[in-house]
Unconditional design. Structure first.
Length: 244
């Protein structure tokens, strides 16, 4: 029997690249997103070309009960869940609009955390599985350009770390994925440094390799590990003067 992966927030470029990477290895796909009909063409393409089962599920990351509704649609608990839910948003808009700031915080932290906690309980009861959360290097230190988004991702990274600590020894693993810049529609029009920018397929390969190797924390481009080590080490009087 093939292994199965549930991908939350499956409409994003990273999520779809990840879906195709798992499908290429023969995994069954369960794709959860708001308005699943918009992925029907992709679902058919993957199923036909790669010969795997692909199911689509309606999913609202901001609805606390949505994950239970998705699970009720599945034939069995998946082997792996990948949470690719996220919303970058504009920092300046978030500063002016409390509702928009709340949406960023809930989309990147509250919703994903609540849903992965529920899935963790199911995985723990079974005694196996892997939870993969796509966070961000933006969560490692707040920057003027995206601190609302960064704060949400910081919370999500901390949540994944605590969940990994709690589940140690249960047979359930937790992987934190820390991409840097990724060339997706979410950052269209921004001037990104080529040497530090990954493609969605790079993230997908890193996620699949991390699942196979049961890794805890991964940076999609290794140089980000060293860059963020320097950023974290900067004294606050120095860091607050930076703009990057």
């Amino acid at each position: 029997m093939s292994r199965s992966v549930l991908i939350l927030g499956a409409h994003s470029a990273i999520a779809m690249a990840t879906a195709r990477r798992f499908a290429a290895e023969g995994w069954t796909l369960h794709l959860a997103l708001r308005g699943p009909s918009r992925l029907q063409a992709d679902r058919d393409d993957i199923a036909i070309r790669l010969g795997v089962e692909v199911t689509l599920h309606d999913y609202n990351a901001l609805d606390p009960d949505a994950i239970d509704e998705v699970m009720a649609d599945l034939p069995a608990l998946p082997d792996v869940v990948v949470c690719a839910v996220g919303l970058l948003g504009e920092q300046e808009t978030a500063q002016r609009d409390a509702d928009f700031a709340t949406l960023i915080l809930r989309s990147n932290f509250e919703g994903p955390a609540l849903h992965l906690e529920r899935l963790a309980g199911r995985f723990e009861a079974r005694g196996s599985g892997r939870i993969v959360g796509v966070s961000s290097v933006a969560g490692e230190r707040g920057r003027a350009s995206n601190y609302v988004y960064g704060a949400a991702k910081s919370g999500f990274t901390a949540f994944l770390s605590g969940l990994r600590n709690r589940l140690h020894g249960t047979g359930v693993g937790v992987t934190t994925v820390l991409p840097g810049f990724v060339d997706t529609p979410m950052v269209a029009g921004r001037d990104l440094p080529p040497a530090l920018t990954a493609q969605p397929e790079d993230v997908a390969r890193a996620i699949f390799a991390a699942v196979e190797a049961e890794r805890d924390v991964i940076y999609v481009k290794r140089r980000w590990r060293w860059i963020m080590a320097v950023v974290r080490a900067l004294p606050e009087p120095v860091f607050k003067r930076t703009r990057f």
